[in-house]
Design a binder for this molecule. Structure first.
Ligand code: A3P
Length: 306
């Protein structure tokens, strides 16, 4: 496939684009088109050598995807740059990609792809198609602290019209805490996948640990994938998956997917603790109370600032 052309969306064209809607599957909000083909997604046939990268939105999914792809390609940058990330690793439940003016659906892409396949999903653990469990597929889950996730998701919904308008930050704060965003409650997501790792091969990563020691976390992924790369190759992967390199790489920065990067770039800040620039004191207090209640029944803990 030819390299993707960077697509420009004019402001008027952007203004006229309709917003996506969300609906529900088993009480979880998902993009409406995903709900409409839910039976097909639920019946997806996994293969034993499929690898799944799962996460709640904005947890560092793309970062993890690029790390995995570079490990699989033994650090060969050219091999990893043949196409933008959603074309290299299909997004299982996503039906409406418009990349360089072509339309893609995760299911079609996945079904057409030769093995071994790497697939991305944001589905909560109970909605992952059962075939992945039956085939005992390896899964990498990446989680990020809720405050930074919420801020990142808010800006993402502003610039991505396939999801509903987030409204004002005050409104979004309430919507997010109520779990009324696409892919549901952050709490249920991170806790559900955390529990599942006791009975299934899941490598559970944390965005904050990837920030503080990327090489250590990349090595963990390498070992989980059963690969053995030299220190030199690992260093090369650390460099090529750094925020600045990925921000300038059209195959990872989503500039060829229809989104409005003038409103907020996909590769926005890539830091721990940006929530402090967005949360009011009152919101922080309210959040902390809610968080304590919801996290009382899990051993999971998150770093929210450095
Ligand atoms: P911010 O909006 O806080 O900057 P996802 O891929 O799950 O949608 O997550 C996107 C978030 O991960 C964005 O967060 C993005 O900037 C951040 N991100 C992507 N690549 C990164 C990298 N190499 N290093 C640090 N953060 C990265």
């Amino acid at each position: 496939m030819a390299k993707d052309k960077v697509e420009e969306t004019g402001e008027l064209e952007w203004a006229l684009l309709p917003r996506g809607e969300i609906s529900q599957v088993e009480g979880i909000f998902l993009e409406k088109n995903t709900c409409n083909i839910w039976d097909k997604i639920w019946n997806f046939q996994a293969k034993p050598d499929d690898l799944v990268i799962a996460s709640y939105p904005k947890a560092g999914t793309t970062w993890t995807q690029e790390i995995v792809d570079l490990i699989q390609n033994n650090g060969d940058i050219e091999k990893s740059r043949w196409a933008s990330i959603p074309l290299r690793q299909p997004f299982l439940e996503w039906t409406i990609w418009e990349i360089s003016q072509n339309n893609f659906s995760g299911l079609n892409q996945a079904n057409a792809m030769p093995s071994p396949r790497t697939l991305k999903t944001h589905l909560p653990v109970q909605l992952l198609p059962p075939s992945f469990w039956e085939k005992n597929c390896k899964i990498i889950y990446v989680a990020r602290n809720a405050k930074d996730t919420m801020v990142s998701y808010y800006h993402f919904q502003r610039m991505n019209k396939t999801l509903p308008d987030p409204g004002s930050w005050d409104e979004y704060f309430k919507t997010f805490l109520a779990g009324k965003v696409a892919w549901g409650s952050w709490y249920d997501h991170v806790k559900g996948w955390w529990r599942k790792k006791d009975s299934h091969p899941i490598l559970y990563l944390f965005y904050e640990e990837m920030i503080t020691d990327p090489k250590r976390e990349i090595r963990k992924v390498m070992e989980f994938l059963g690969k053995d790369l030299t220190e030199e190759v690992l260093d090369k992967i650390v460099y090529n998956t750094s925020f600045d390199v990925m921000k300038n790489n059209p195959m990872t920065n989503y500039t060829n997917v229809r989104m409005n990067h003038n409103i907020s770039p996909f590769m926005r800040k890539g830091v721990i603790g940006d929530w402090k620039n967005q949360f009011t004191e009152t919101q922080n207090k309210q959040f902390n109370e809610d968080y304590e209640k919801n996290m009382a029944d899990t051993s999971l803990s998150f770093c929210m600032e450095l």
